[in-house]
Write a protein of this length. Structure first.
Length: 543
């Protein structure tokens, strides 16, 4: 609204009586204009304050983007209204509200639905959280080639060196529960930044450790920090992508965690040869600092807590509900319980395979540590390709099923794709094929081919399950992921622990045939969720 300026009505005071009359009329008109401005400001202030009290940022944003809102905000900035009205309770005169306004103006995306972010911004967020998700798995495997160096330099036992691995794994299982319980209430960005600072400090502590006790402690601290990415990443993607986009987004996001275990041993082996195991942790600290900078610059807050704040009387109880095990409460829902059982078997056998793989290809095929590290790329390549393909197929199945259903969709529609079910069967067969290939001492390339197929088929259903959980538990997507990760990392640790013993007792052929048979027997669990999930969701929403 362009208001007339006082100079537009003022004339030369030395003019004739006619001009004097014009001046009088102009002054009266100016008074009326100021009254109109005061009335407009009062109405706008009432609207804004009312909507703020209702926690409706979207309504405030809508008002501010009108012409009147922009003029009023400009006037509030320079105090024009206060000078002219004196009595108007403007936003400029209320400190707390003005801080809320300044926060919104400083961040142009603060009042925008994250799902409506431009595609370029979404892709940058996806890249950033994928890099963050890459660091945790990278940290798990990067110093495998340096275990003997650590044992020798710190003059300790193999058991204590392995304890550094166990500490990291179990902390990776537990701490995502803590991050998720706060993330689904207080947002993602700040927790990302805080957790990465913790991880960097832990990595520096590992680099400076001169005895095994300190190394174990700082490995635990590092895991506590970097474990946030396991739950925050899924929550962030659920915040910014629509259901029909999430499958592809989760597929690309999973590339980071899949690349970590593949390239970790390769990077760690060469760094250990050049600078010793200390150099590995300095590398992790430096690389994480770069990712922290990218998050600070490119990662906005994507979680909109303001849309579901509790009523004033509920605020205190809400704060009391924040606890480290809040995510595990989701296990009371049948679809969550059934899915985590299947995922637990998959990851237990995957870590069993990955742990025994190094021993098999070192002792049986005589490859060096660096060569074995390169062999891990076979499974990683299959996993990445399977994840991307599975995510896109999941989105296509969801869109087509929703279209056939008249535009109405629900999460279980993702579980109906034939691609996922083929992946479930092929994964079980790939385990058995790999076991008998190495059992019969076939050429090492055949084993790598089986590893590629295994990685591809393993990630196909896993991507669908992760996306399903994000869709099913929209408001607690980070907690759902943390709950899933807690169970699968516990069983993964067990699989890694018993791998060597089982290979010695049963042999590769029998062992991996048993793994494949159990996975086939567990496959109907997915069908149970597909068939009953919608009914369970209705019961969950009724609670």
């Amino acid at each position: 609204m362009n208001y007339p300026k006082e100079s537009d009505f003022m004339t030369d005071k030395s003019s004739s009586a006619e001009n004097t009359l014009s001046n009088t009329l102009a002054n009266e008109l100016l008074i009326e204009v100021n009254k109109a401005k005061i009335a407009t400001a009062s109405i706008l202030t009432e609207i804004v304050m009312k909507d703020i009290n209702k926690n409706s940022i979207a309504a405030v944003d809508k008002v501010l983007h009108t012409k009147i809102g922009k003029d009023y905000l400009s006037a509030a900035d320079n105090g024009t209204l206060e000078k002219q009205a004196g009595m108007v309770p403007s936003i400029a005169s209320t400190g707390r509200t003005r801080r809320a306004f300044w926060k919104g103006r400083a961040d142009p995306w603060a009042h925008v639905d994250p799902k409506k972010f431009p595609q370029g911004k979404k892709k940058m967020i996806l890249l950033t959280v994928s890099l963050a998700g890459f660091i945790g798995p990278l940290s798990t495997t990067i110093y495998y080639p340096a275990l003997e160096t650590i044992q020798r330099d710190l003059d300790t036992t193999e058991t204590l060196v392995n304890a550094t691995l166990s500490m990291f794994t179990f902390f990776m299982a537990f701490f995502p529960l803590i991050w998720a319980s706060f993330s689904d209430r207080y947002g993602r960005r700040n927790l990302y930044l805080i957790s990465f600072i913790i991880y960097i400090l832990g990595s520096i502590g590992c680099a400076l450790s001169n005895n095994i006790a300190l190394l174990i402690i700082f490995r635990g601290i590092s895991a506590a920090g970097v474990s946030s990415t396991m739950s925050l990443g899924a929550g962030t993607l659920a915040d910014i992508f629509y259901p029909e986009e999430r499958g592809a987004a989760f597929a690309w996001y999973t590339c980071g965690p899949l690349l970590g275990p593949a390239v970790g041993p390769i990077i760690g082996g060469y760094i250990d040869q050049a600078w010793g195991y200390h150099g590995i942790f300095w590398f992790l600290a430096a690389f994480s600092a770069i990712v922290l900078f990218l998050m600070f610059v490119f990662l906005p807050e994507t979680w909109r807590r303001v849309h579901n704040l509790p009523a004033p009387g509920e605020k205190e109880n809400h704060k009391k509900s924040v606890n480290p095990f809040a995510s595990l409460e989701l296990l009371k829902f049948p679809n969550m319980r059934v899915l985590v059982v299947y995922v637990a078997f998959v990851f237990m056998f995957m870590y069993l395979n990955n742990t025994a793989f190094t021993r098999t290809y070192t002792l049986q095929y005589g490859l060096s540590a660096g060569q074995v590290g390169l062999c891990y790329l076979a499974q990683a390549a299959g996993s990445i390709l399977g994840g991307i393909t599975g995510g896109k197929c999941s989105d296509r199945v969801y869109k087509e099923t929703v279209a056939r259903n008249g535009g109405v969709g629900w999460p279980e529609m993702r579980l109906g794709g034939i691609f996922m079910w083929v992946g479930v069967v092929v994964m079980a067969l790939a385990f058995a094929a790999y076991g008998w290939t190495v059992q019969e001492n076939a050429h090492w390339a055949w084993g790598l081919l089986c590893q590629f197929v295994l990685g591809f088929s393993l990630m196909s259903p896993n991507i669908v399950i992760n996306t399903y959980l994000a869709d099913c538990f929209k408001s607690r997507s980070a907690s759902a992921t943390a709950c899933n990760n807690f169970v699968r990392y516990i069983t993964a640790g067990v699989g890694a622990l018993v791998a060597s013993v089982l290979v010695d007792k049963l042999g590769n052929g029998v062992l991996y045939s048993i793994c494949g048979g159990i996975l086939l027997a567990a496959a109907p669990l997915l069908f149970i969720v597909y068939w009953n999930g919608r009914k369970w969701s209705a019961l969950r929403e009724a609670l």
